[in-house]
Design a binder for this molecule. Structure first.
Ligand SMILES: Nc1nc2c(ncn2[C@@H]2O[C@H](COP(=O)(O)OP(=O)(O)OP(=O)(O)O)[C@@H](O)[C@H]2O)c(=O)[nH]1
Length: 604
């Protein structure tokens, strides 16, 4: 079979700030283009497709191939590669970009440039992508396309006056975007005869096909029977099938050659062997070196996940194992807590990632979970020279053994209208931010640059930012490194017993206030018992705050004496149901949601 004509391929992605219309535009592009080239339609590809159709798979793919018949009468193959929009997934964004030759920058005609617009453009330019802007949502009454075009030119330096002005929602002028893809995004190059060199930008597990790898072939070609090697892990397998993804289905093809984007299946059992960012080569004729940029992703945020019903520990483990197949950046290992029993310490890229996993466990695997407060990874330098990466506050060594501690710090960029600059600077200062720089941008906005400790932003920083700027501020960050800090472990004692799952690490200057707030919060969360319950916060054995839950003597049945028995039963049932959501610590019952209290300390 003839090698694919590279000049007719366009590999690109869409980048945008959240909500500027990336997904809507992607849907519109897919809708306005076809599935197969006229030549492919005549071949037997369709038979294979029916098979897929029978299985009724609906997988959201990271890469969709469509065919566009351009105004010049030629057919172009578009590979639209999805990029995650959230800062948690910066590394993944970077991998997706590395698979592209160009990017469409979508900017909302009413909002203009925002923090993630900039962050994504810089990432795209770092990867030498050709970036062209599109001004979206021109149908909105508040749209200011001329103003936004100026802004794009001034702030980013991209030519924007001929930028398509579209409504991804109504389809207005989206055709211009399709033409711009053909004319502005370069065709791929690469030698189909050279040794295979392909970048893995995503992989997923399908119970029918096994591991499916999405890749961009840079050099050489790959087809059924090729023995491939993953250069970072060394895993080797024979290719079972190659193809691409279009209109919700996997469409097998004969081979993938230089410039093409598609999928490979091989009898790989373990998704861990196929790491995003790794390079695939031909085991029998390997390329000299891997493509640049492979880096192991490290979780930034850890928390404990426990089954609400201890008997479901094994179910939780199975579910985590399955999720990990799809998501190499999810980390977990068994841990035990005195308060919560058997569970897992899990690592995530960020809070959003944590929420996604938590929701999937609850929805897809029907698990009821208790989650402990998320924590960043602290680095402890011990007096004996040992260095510990601390992912669980309970494992903190005795302070007398610690020389000093470090915490992760990020460089953050916050875009805000000038009237809110003061409010946002105050917020950053409260969060121990170190001011770096301000850039004023035409149109009354400023880009503030701060270094901030990660642990000050993972919980509710984004919400605080929004509320103090009436929704106008936008935010982006990347990990800068570790810096020395005065940190202490704050313990919580309930009825004089330390509750390990409630301990957290905190900046020493904030310990008193956070301890006080935590006690107040827990006082609200813990129901009254037949006895008085002291709630105390302590640092290094010294009590720094205290609240008391008063005793009560309430018999739930008292309310309905004389009532009929079924009503009594109902009440008792309800109480039993309520108990399931409680954790027994000593002789105190703590509601499960109390374990997340630390997250809500800043809510006024
Ligand atoms: N009026 C108008 N609304 C639009 C247009 N394009 C997108 N929207 C709306 O804007 C919102 C965000 O659009 P999405 O396509 O989900 O934005 P996104 O950038 O993919 O957002 P994330 O998926 O959160 O990153 C949705 O409610 C869309 O319906 C448009 O051209 N005009």
């Amino acid at each position: 079979m003839a090698v694919m004509d590279q000049s007719k391929i366009r590999n690109f992605c869409i980048i945008a700030h959240i909500d500027h219309g990336k997904s809507t535009l992607a849907d519109r592009i897919i809708e306005m283009t076809g599935l197969l080239t006229s030549r492919e339609m005549q071949s037997q590809v369709l038979d294979n497709m029916d098979l897929e159709r029978e299985r009724g798979i609906t997988i959201k793919s990271q890469a969709v191939r469509t065919v566009y018949r351009a105004k010049d009468g030629e057919e172009y193959i578009f590979n639209l590669i999805d990029t995650p929009g959230h800062v948690d997934f910066n590394y993944e964004v970077s991998r997706s970009l590395a698979a592209c030759d160009g990017a469409i920058l979508v900017v909302d005609a009413a909002q203009g440039i925002e923090a993630q617009t900039l962050a994504n453009v810089y990432l795209a330019l770092d990867h030498d992508l050709e970036v062209f802007p599109v001004i979206n949502k021109v149908d909105l009454p508040s749209a200011r396309p001329d103003w936004v075009a100026n802004e794009i030119e001034d702030v980013i330096g991209l030519e924007a006056h001929d930028a398509p002005r579209i409504s991804a929602k109504t389809g207005l002028n989206v055709e211009d975007v399709l033409e711009a893809i053909v004319h502005k995004i370069p065709a791929p190059n690469g030698d189909p005869q050279a040794p295979l060199q392909a970048l893995i930008f995503d992989s997923l597990y399908d119970s029918y096909k096994g591991v499916i790898i999405f890749c961009r072939v840079r050099e050489g070609s790959v087809k059924k029977g090729t023995k491939i090697r993953m250069m970072a892990t060394g895993a080797e397998e024979e290719v079972v099938e190659v193809g691409y993804f279009g209109a919700g289905q996997f469409i097998p093809c004969e081979e993938l050659s230089a410039g093409m984007v598609g999928y490979i299946t091989a009898s790989i059992k373990n998704v861990k062997d196929t790491r995003v960012g790794d390079t695939i080569t031909d085991a029998d004729r390997p390329c000299e070196s891997p493509l640049p940029g492979y880096k192991k992703v490290t979780p930034m945020v850890y928390c404990g996940l426990y089954p609400a019903d201890g008997a479901r520990y094994n179910d939780l483990r199975d579910a985590l194992e399955k999720l990990q197949l799809n998501d190499a950046s999810l980390f977990f290992e068994p841990e035990t807590s005195i308060a919560l029993g058997f569970g897992f310490r899990c690592g995530f890229l960020g809070l959003l990632h944590l929420e996604i996993i938590q929701e999937r466990l609850e929805r897809e695997y029907n698990l009821d979970l208790v989650t402990t407060a998320p924590s960043v990874v602290y680095r402890i330098h011990k007096k004996n020279g040992d260095i510990i990466d601390l992912t669980n506050p309970s494992n903190m060594p005795d302070p007398s053994e610690i020389e000093y501690m470090e915490e992760p710090v990020v460089s953050a960029e916050i875009m805000v209208t000038t009237e809110f600059v003061g409010a946002i600077m105050t917020l950053c200062q409260e969060r121990r931010g170190i001011y770096k720089d301000t850039e004023y941008i035409e149109g009354g906005r400023a880009l503030l640059k701060y270094d901030l400790p990660l642990n000050e932003i993972i919980y509710d920083f984004f919400d605080a930012l929004k509320s103090r700027s009436r929704g106008y501020a936008s935010f982006d960050y990347e990990l800068k490194g570790y810096e020395q800090s005065e940190l202490v472990k704050l313990d919580i004692l309930i009825n004089k017993e330390e509750v390990d799952a409630l301990s957290f690490i905190v900046f020493s200057g904030s310990a008193y206030e956070r301890g006080r707030k935590m006690c107040e919060k827990l006082k609200d969360e813990i129901p009254r018992h037949l006895f008085e319950i002291p709630i105390q916060a302590a640092v290094g054995g010294k009590i720094i705050a205290r609240e008391t839950v008063k005793a009560m003597r309430k018999d739930v049945l008292a309310k309905c004496y004389g009532g009929d028995i079924s009503r009594k039963k109902k009440l008792l049932e309800k109480q039993k149901e309520g108990k399931k959501r409680m954790r027994q610590v000593g002789n105190v019952e703590i509601p499960q949601k109390a374990f997340m209290s630390v997250l809500k300390l800043d809510n006024e």
